[in-house]
Ligand binder design. Structure first.
Ligand SMILES: Nc1nc2c(c(=O)[nH]1)N[C@H]1C(S)=C(S)[C@@H](COP(=O)(O)O)O[C@H]1N2
Ligand SMILES: [Mo]
Length: 199
């Protein structure tokens, strides 16, 4: 058979085409946390968004779970060089969470239960690019992987996907989060290999 035979629409991309530069494929799901896994009681769980004027929007667990559900199927890429393809999640898109938030802010600072922070441009959270997920592979998200709920921003290195997400502050000016202040790239595009400041 000719290697030049025409392709057809919908043919899956070869796995190698889905691997950003300097990454290797892994089948398992490594755990990377800077500190202990926080215990988050669902009765006290709250997620909030604060806009640049200080107005706060917040959701209890039942309110969050009653929002429209999305099922992202995505590839994820950690700056420590592992990538995992075809991961399945369920949660709420940031488009749905931010629907009634009126803002001119351009940046977002994410804060987790436990104190982890990470920053990203607000436009990287919208237009179907980011979710707050509570389910992985059909099961409640394991606490080590960020349960009860974590941010999922698969088009950026996975350190941007804050586990145990608690709040988002919308900001006019960019500010570095935990790893960004420690020398990691402020944006973190795996396809441009933006691992560290200056990459
Ligand atoms: N709250 C919190 N979120 C976090 C981290 C962390 O240490 N604390 N580590 C980040 C990093 S570096 C990566 S690679 C992923 C790891 O997610 P996993 O442990 O589910 O693989 O979570 C990110 N989110
Ligand atoms: Mo990471």
């Amino acid at each position: 058979m000719s290697v030049f035979s025409p392709g057809f629409q919908g043919r899956p991309r070869p796995k190698s085409d889905r691997l950003p530069p300097g990454q290797y494929l892994t089948e398992d799901f490594p755990v990377l946390s800077t500190g202990p896994t926080p215990t988050v009681d669902l009765n006290r769980w709250q997620f909030s968004v604060t806009d640049e004027s200080g107005r706060q929007y917040s959701w209890s667990w039942p309110q969050f779970m009653s929002l429209p559900q999305s099922r992202p199927h995505v590839d994820i890429h950690c700056v420590t060089r592992w990538s995992k393809l075809d991961t399945d999640w369920q949660g709420v898109s940031l488009d749905d969470l931010l629907e009634n938030v009126d803002t001119q802010a351009e940046y977002a600072m994410i804060t987790s239960y436990g104190g982890y922070t990470t920053n990203l441009p607000l436009e990287d959270l919208t237009d179907g690019k980011a979710w707050i997920v509570h389910t992985f592979d059909g099961q409640d998200l394991h606490p080590e992987h960020g349960g009860p709920a974590r941010l999922l921003v698969p088009h950026l290195y996975f350190w941007k996907s804050a586990k145990w997400v608690k709040s988002i502050r919308l900001l006019d000016q960019d500010e570095p989060g935990f790893w960004e202040a420690a020398g990691y790239h402020s944006y973190g595009d795996p396809w441009r290999e933006q691992r560290y400041q200056g990459d």
